[in-house]
Design a protein around this ligand. Structure first.
Ligand code: ADP
Ligand code: MG
Ligand code: ZN
Length: 480
């Protein structure tokens, strides 16, 4: 039988605030265990939480950025369960009245083409507090608990089950991550665990509409893992069904070392958590005016930027999609274009050489030594004939590595293009003299031999001859 895949994702993004959601403790990453705790986030008796207003504003911000409806009335709820990293015995989250609902994130196919566009619905986005962290390694006996993370603010973003492959899941996660960063809601740093994802996966016979039984893979913090885990899980479920078995609803863990998912526990149901309204926090009332005020401070979002790049710079959709995938990259591009206004040429260098060099060194655009100004200066050198396009590749490589100005590199290495008709003409005369057979061949009709002659000149000049000039001179001399 042929099956199709249905995926819904739950993303936890850490909100960018200095302090925790219900107390004044710092959210700083990497401090000594239990150095950022107080009676409130430790869950000691007799204390009351107070909502951090920044968390709420950033939640509203994300809601607007993802086309959600911000609820006029919402409310925190207690999610009750026992685990050593949760001293209160419950997590303050939101349940029947979440902060925002019914939004969407748009994804594109690899080519960035309009027809590959798809909206993935968002069920809801709500605020909640993070739990602590159990530490199991490095102790003679037992485990320890670090509660620095307890009470750190999170936004949980729940998608509709509308994602149909591992590739789409990754496209969705990348798009959502870009929105979080653009909107200044989260740094979404995956290595620090500030953007993590649970994947709910089921399959069903092609053409049917009833959802299959899902498994949920917990807490992945890399795009590659998400894709691999989904791939593995689809095959596993297909095998179960093909053998006449039934998929059981359960929570599974991705084992990166073995490249498999393993069962962790049978899936709990919402009623297992005994959700009830949080009595220690007031219900939230958010009016239109407040929403409008927050909306007015949102910067241009990736979607709008992508459209603008196509319209104002005449870029292909593919280029626009890549360039706007991060704000920093888009800024880099725009700054370079403002100095050297040939957009497609700038785009080619940014998407090609710049990203490739950065990738090789495992760097982000933010860490690039080369500046947009320097790229523009180099493109000017190509345009005015100072260097050839080929030499430019070498120059740029060094610019990325050293952060040096292109003019300095060209001067230091003597890479200036040879444009001098006299010098080139003499060199060409010598080459023609040394290769009489090829000259006769060319004059007899083998026009392809032009490439051979150009190659000879390039070799002798170390690639520095102006190819246009060389072609012109060769034609002149061969056809006279
Ligand atoms: P929880 O996991 O907390 O029980 P939900 O029931 O709301 O919460 O579902 C969470 C996620 O699972 C959502 O992203 C939803 O789209 C997805 N989901 C629900 N049912 C299925 C299914 N049968 N197949 C795939 N995804 C599903
Ligand atoms: Mg879940
Ligand atoms: Zn605290």
């Amino acid at each position: 039988m042929k099956y199709e895949t249905v995926i819904g994702l739950e993303v936890h993004a850490q909100v960018m605030t200095k302090t925790k959601i219900f107390c004044g403790c710092s959210t700083q990453f990497g401090s000594a265990p239990n150095s950022q705790v107080c009676p409130i986030c430790l869950g000691l008796p007799g204390v009351l939480p107070v909502l951090n207003r920044d968390v709420l504003e950033l939640g509203i911000r994300l809601g607007i950025a993802t086309h959600c409806k911000v609820a006029p009335h919402s409310r925190f709820a207690r999610k009750n369960y026992f685990y050593p990293d949760l001293p209160k015995g419950y997590q303050v989250s939101m349940f029947e009245l979440p902060l925002t609902e019914h939004g969407y994130v748009e994804i594109f196919s690899d080519s960035g083409a309009e027809k590959g566009r798809k909206k993935i619905g968002l069920t809801r986005i709500h605020m909640e507090e993070d739990a602590g962290k159990n530490l199991h390694e490095g102790f003679e006996t037992g485990s320890r608990v670090d509660l620095n993370r307890a009470g750190v603010p999170l936004l949980e973003i729940v998608s509709e089950p509308e994602i149909s492959s591992g590739e789409e899941a990754v496209a969705y996660l990348k798009a959502l991550r870009a929105i979080l960063i653009y909107a200044g809601v989260s740094d979404a740093d995956m290595e620090k665990g500030n953007f993590r994802c649970d994947a709910n996966i089921s399959i069903r016979p092609v053409g049917t509409s009833k959802l299959g039984t899902r498994s949920e893979i917990k807490n992945m913090n890399s795009f590659r893992y998400v894709q691999k885990a989904i791939q593995y899980e689809i095959l596993r479920q297909e095998e179960v069904l093909e053998e006449g078995g039934r998929v059981v609803q359960e929570t599974r863990l991705w084992d990166a070392k073995k490249g498999i998912t393993r069962p962790m526990r049978s899936k709990e149901q919402a009623h297992d958590y005994r959700y009830f309204p949080e009595p220690d926090l007031v219900p939230l009332k958010i009016d239109e005016e407040w929403i409008a005020r927050v909306a007015a401070t949102l910067p241009e979002m990736p979607d709008a930027k992508r459209k603008r790049f196509v319209e104002t710079y005449g870029l292909p959709a593919y280029d626009a999609a890549i360039l706007t995938s991060s704000q920093a990259l888009a800024n880099f591009f725009e700054e370079a274009v403002s100095i050297f206004p040939k957009a497609k040429m700038v785009s080619n260098w940014v998407m090609g050489d710049l990203l490739r060099e950065l990738n090789q060194e495992n760097k982000e655009i933010e860490d690039a030594l080369v500046t947009p100004k320097q790229l523009a200066a180099m493109l000017k050198l190509i345009e005015d004939g100072t260097i050839s396009g080929k030499i430019a590749k070498t120059v740029f490589e060094e610019m990325v590595q050293s952060g040096k100005d292109p003019t300095v590199i060209v001067r230091e290495k003597g890479l200036t293009q040879v444009n001098d008709a006299g010098a080139l003409g003499q060199m060409i005369d010598e080459i023609l003299e040394a290769n009489p057979k090829e000259v006769a061949g060319y004059r007899g009709g083998k026009k392809k031999l032009m490439g051979f002659f150009v190659g000879q000149v390039m070799r002798q000049t170390g690639g520095k001859a102006n190819p246009g000039k060389v072609n012109e001179l060769l034609k002149e001399k061969l056809e006279k």
